[in-house]
Design a protein around this ligand. Structure first.
Ligand code: AMP
Ligand code: GLY
Length: 423
C-alpha cells in the first residue's frame, strides 16, 4: 500500500521509520518532510495546512492511508478534509482534536466526568481573571486556551507576576488568538510522565511510558521548549499507577469523548503529574508527542499500519501492543539560542555513523538539503536516540552518539535522563 505522512519533524521521522518497517507498505510519501525523512520517503513540497493540495495529491497518487501527525492541521480539520474526499486518514477529526485545541474544553470535560486534574477556572475576559487572582494561592498556573506551540503555559510565583501574565495572554495577545480565553489552575507538584495511547473511539491501548524534558537548560532551567530529550520507560510509572490511570483517566476520557458525540480515533497523549494524591492530568494532546515518539516507537514491535488501521476501523480490541523489554533515550541536538534566537544553515557532519546500527537512530527535526549537503534548518535539529538493555545503558549510548555529530552552534542538555538515578 501507499502511505502519506503529514509533517516535517523528528516525530514524523520516527513515524516514517516505523511505517517503513511494515511489510504491507510499498511506498511512503511525506509532506513536506525533511532531509532525514527523504532517505525513507519521497518528500513532497506541500505545507501541513494546505488541505486542498494534500487531498488532491492523495487522490492523484492513490494513497491508501494518510497519517496526520502535527496538532495544527488536526485541530483545523485535516482528517475531516481527507474523509470528505473519500480518503482514509489516521488521526482525530476536528471535533475530537479539540481535546488538545482548547484547554478550557478539556478542563470542563475532566470536571464533568470526574477525571483527576488540577482545580481551575476558565475566563473569557481579563477583568474577571484579574479579580479571581486576588484571592488565589500562589504559585499559580496560567494557560492560554488555544494552540501556542507548547509555549502557552505560565507558572507564576507571585500575584504581580500572575497579573502581568493575564495581561500578556489576554490583552497583549502574546500567544495570538489562543489567548482569547484562558484557564487559571492550581499548581501541582510531582513527577511528570507522558503516556501515548492508540484509540479507536471505544477501546484504548496505552503505549509504554516516557518522560520529556521541556526546559532549554540543564537542571530544568531556562525557557520552555518543544522538548529537549526523552527517556522510555519511566521508572516511576508503576503497574499500580498504570492500573489507576486506566480505570480513572484513560478509559473515562475515551468514554467521555464518545458520550459528548466527539468519538476520538487516533493517538491521545496524556501528560500526567504523579502527585501525592495520585496521578492527575496536566494536559491532553491529540497526537504523538515530540520527542516522545522518538523513544516510544523504536521500542514497539507491532506493525504500526495494523494498529492505525484498527483505530480507524474500530477493531483495536483485537490488537495487543507489544514493546521491547529494553529502554531508549533521546537527546535533542539544538541550535544554540533555541527557543529564542538562533542561526541556521550550518552543515551537519557525522550522520553516516548511524548507518547499519540497530540500536542507534538519528531522527531529523530541523534539517534540509543545501545542494548535496545536509544543513541545520531549525531550533531543534536532530533527535539522537539510542536503545539499551536498561535506562542507564540507553543513556550512555545516546550521549556517546551525540559525539558522532558535529555542526556549528550545536547545543544539547547534558542531563537528559538524570531522574533515572533517583529511581
Ligand atoms: P502543558 O503544555 O499544559 O503540558 O504545560 C507545560 C508544562 O507546564 C507541563 O509539562 C508542566 O511542567 C507545567 N505545568 C502545566 N500545568 C501545571 C500545573 N497545574 N502545575 C504544575 N505545573 C504545570
Ligand atoms: N513533548 C511534548 C509535546 O509533544 O507536546
Amino acid at each position: 500500500m501507499k502511505v502519506l505522512v503529514v509533517g516535517s519533524g523528528g516525530r514524523e521521522h520516527a513515524i516514517v521509520r516505523s511505517v517503513s518497517l511494515s511489510s504491507r507498505v510499498d511506498k511512503i510519501y511525506c509532506a513536506p518532510g525533511n532531509a532525514g525523512i527523504a532517505e525513507l520517503a519521497e518528500c513532497v513540497n506541500i505545507g501541513v495546512m494546505d488541505f486542498d493540495a494534500l487531498t488532491d495529491f492523495a487522490l492523484k497518487e492513490k494513497i491508501d492511508l494518510t497519517i496526520v501527525a502535527p496538532d495544527d492541521p488536526l485541530v483545523a480539520g485535516a482528517v475531516d478534509a481527507f474523509e470528505k474526499k473519500g480518503l482514509r486518514a489516521f488521526g482525530p477529526r476536528a471535533n475530537a482534536a479539540i481535546l488538545e485545541g482548547s484547554k478550557a474544553f478539556s478542563k470542563d470535560l475532566m470536571k464533568k466526568y470526574n477525571i483527576p486534574t488540577a482545580a481551575y477556572e476558565n475566563f473569557d475576559n481579563a477583568d474577571d481573571a484579574l479579580k479571581y487572582l486576588e484571592g488565589a494561592k500562589m504559585p499559580i498556573v496560567l494557560k492560554a486556551d488555544g494552540l501556542a506551540l507548547g509555549k502557552g503555559v505560565l507558572i507564576c510565583n507571585t500575584l504581580e507576576e500572575a497579573k502581568e501574565g493575564v495581561k500578556s495572554i489576554m490583552l497583549d495577545k502574546q500567544f495570538g488568538s489562543a489567548g482569547n480565553r484562558m484557564v487559571i489552575e492550581e499548581f501541582m507538584t510531582g513527577r511528570e510522565v507522558s503516556v501515548l495511547s492508540f484509540v479507536d473511539g471505544k477501546t484504548i491501548r496505552p503505549m509504554t511510558s516516557a518522560q520529556d524534558h521541556k526546559r532549554a537548560l540543564d537542571g530544568d532551567k531556562g525557557l520552555n521548549t518543544g522538548g529537549m530529550g526523552t527517556f522510555s520507560p519511566s521508572p516511576f510509572y508503576t503497574k499500580e499507577i498504570d492500573d489507576f490511570c486506566m480505570k480513572n483517566i484513560y478509559q473515562p476520557t475515551v468514554d467521555a469523548m464518545a458520550a459528548e458525540g466527539r468519538e476520538f480515533k487516533g493517538v491521545i497523549f496524556f501528560g500526567l503529574m504523579l502527585t501525592k494524591d495520585g496521578p492527575k492530568v496536566l494536559e491532553y494532546n491529540a497526537r504523538f508527542g515530540d520527542p516522545e515518539a522518538q523513544v516510544v516507537l523504536p521500542r514497539m514491535n507491532n506493525d504500526i499500519i495494523d494498529v492505525m488501521e484498527a483505530c480507524i476501523d474500530g477493531t483495536l480490541d483485537r490488537v495487543e501492543l507489544d514493546f521491547k523489554d529494553n529502554a531508549a533515550v533521546c537527546v535533542v541536538l539544538a541550535s544554540k539560542g533555541y527557543p529564542v534566537k538562533y542561526e541556521k544553515g550550518f552543515e551537519i557532519h557525522g550522520l553516516e555513523a548511524f548507518k547499519g546500527r540497530d540500536e542507534y537512530f538519528v531522527f531529523h527535526a530541523g534539517t534540509k538539503f543545501s545542494d548535496d549537503r545536509i544543513v541545520t534548518n531549525g531550533g531543534r535539529v536532530l533527535g539522537v536516540t539510542a536503545m539499551g538493555a536498561d535506562l542507564k545503558q540507553a543513556r550512555a549510548n545516546a550521549y556517546e552518539a551525540t559525539g558522532w555529530i558535529d555542526f556549528d552552534n550545536k547545543y544539547c542538555r547534558s542531563d537528559i535522563g538524570k531522574a533515572i538515578d533517583e529511581a
